[in-house]
Design a protein around this ligand. Structure first.
Ligand code: PMP
Length: 401
């Protein structure tokens, strides 16, 4: 027996495990709609032209590969927060945002959770929507927070349970920490409307809650990064105590580069200094400093008018392709003629479609049709193309009729 002999086998990650099963499948028609990564019309990973051009320019400059500071590349951080809060944001004008570069969205969430646990106390509840991105729960728990849920998704309508959401926000103790998806809710594809966001804001203010925004899809929901920042900008302008976790994985196609940002909206520049010093104390023993390559790419794209314009166009292109795939998938499945309502395929937005399939039906999608999807009924629309939509539709029809 060695020192590690008693260690039990850990559970495989449901999404990454699915990728493995997909790779091993010998079905010639297999489709991967599990992982939330954008694919082009041929089903291939997609590199943005603006990113390619930025990489070329950066390589030409032959920059050094020294460590960046604990908080990352300052220019990147400035661009990242302007991208989210808007160039004319009052909180930026007043220097009230403490921000650091992060290891993509996950890293931002992890540091934010650690920061909350440190200053609100271990065991502090964090309220997450029911449903939410699976990783939110262990990220918060590993930092010592206690995860609670508020109502969000209605199984009955495959839409938002707005009354439940507002009731639960009201019923939480005052000054609770509430995680909100900024846009393109994962896994449900269901977001509040602008009017509903106004009402959510009113309750958050009434109860003096602190909001942790998770923004992993800015630009992906509507194709317009400014429109997708609606909730973030609304809450920031209203003076809500908030933290924001940004990921540049999906919208810039920089998944493996691990580029993101964490920001905290403070009351004053002095408070910013304090918060920033504490964020650095969380980060330094965790991973010391973030990687530089992806942050340089985003800086180059957002800092150059032509590349920035190109990015807006390319992001819109990705969102448009996904919308077209939604329309096609719905048409195809409706054509097969069940009486089931499939309108949610086109009413939901962002990268995912929450089909309402049971876990057993999802299993049959995989085993009988080689359509690889997670057991929660989520389909990544990014994996749906004009070419494979009929096959996926036929599988959906078969397992539900
Ligand atoms: N939040 C949500 C809601 C997500 O869907 C994701 C990616 N699946 C992330 C955060 C973080 O992703 P990453 O760490 O790759 O930026």
């Amino acid at each position: 027996f060695g020192a590690f002999s008693d260690i039990p086998l850990g559970a495989a990650d449901p999404i990454l495990g699915l990728n493995e099963a997909f790779k091993q499948s010998t079905s010639p028609e297999k489709v991967n709609v599990g992982v939330g990564a954008y694919r082009d019309e041929e089903g291939k990973p997609h590199k943005l032209d603006c990113v390619r051009e930025a990489q070329r320019r950066i390589l030409e400059r032959d920059l050094d590969l020294e460590y960046t500071g604990i908080a990352g590349i300052p220019e990147f951080v400035s661009h990242a927060i302007a991208f989210a809060y808007g160039n004319d944001s009052p909180v930026l004008r007043e220097d009230r945002v403490a921000a650091v570069q992060s290891l993509s969205g996950t890293g931002a969430l992890r540091v934010a959770s650690e920061f909350i646990a440190r200053f609100r106390g271990a065991g502090t509840p964090i309220y997450v929507p029911n449903k939410t991105w699976g990783n939110h729960i262990p990220i918060a728990e590993n930092a010592g927070l206690s995860v609670k849920r508020y109502r969000y998704y209605s199984e009955g309508t495959c839409g938002l349970d707005f009354e439940g959401l507002v009731e639960d926000l009201r019923a939480m103790p005052e000054q609770s920490v509430v995680l909100l998806h900024a846009c393109a809710h994962n896994p449900t594809g269901v977001d509040p409307t602008e009017e509903q966001w106004d009402q959510v804001l009113a309750v958050v203010q009434e109860r003096d809650h602190t909001v942790l925004f998770d923004s992993a899809y800015q630009g992906f929901a509507s194709g317009d990064a400014d429109a997708d920042a609606f909730a973030i900008r609304l809450f920031a302008a209203a003076g809500v105590d908030m933290l924001l976790c940004q990921s540049f994985a999906k919208n810039f196609g920089l998944y493996g580069e691990r580029v993101g940002a964490l920001s905290v909206v403070c009351q004053s520049p002095e408070e910013v200094e304090h918060v920033l010093s504490q964020l650095k104390l969380v980060i330094r023993p965790m991973y010391s400093s973030p990687p530089i390559s992806g942050a340089r790419i985003v800086t180059e794209v957002l800092g150059d008018a032509a590349l920035r314009a190109k990015w807006y166009a390319e992001c819109k292109g990705m969102a448009t392709r996904i919308s077209a795939a939604r329309v096609r998938l719905r048409e195809e499945v409706e054509r097969l003629g069940t009486d089931r309502d499939w309108s949610h395929i086109t009413s939901q937005i962002g990268m995912f479609c929450f089909t309402g399939l049971t876990p057993e039906q999802c299993d049959r999608m995989v085993s009988d049709h080689a359509v690889f999807m997670t057991r929660d009924g989520r389909i990544s629309m990014a994996g749906v193309t004009q070419a494979n939509a009929p096959r996926i539709a036929a599988a959906l029809h078969d397992v539900t009729c």
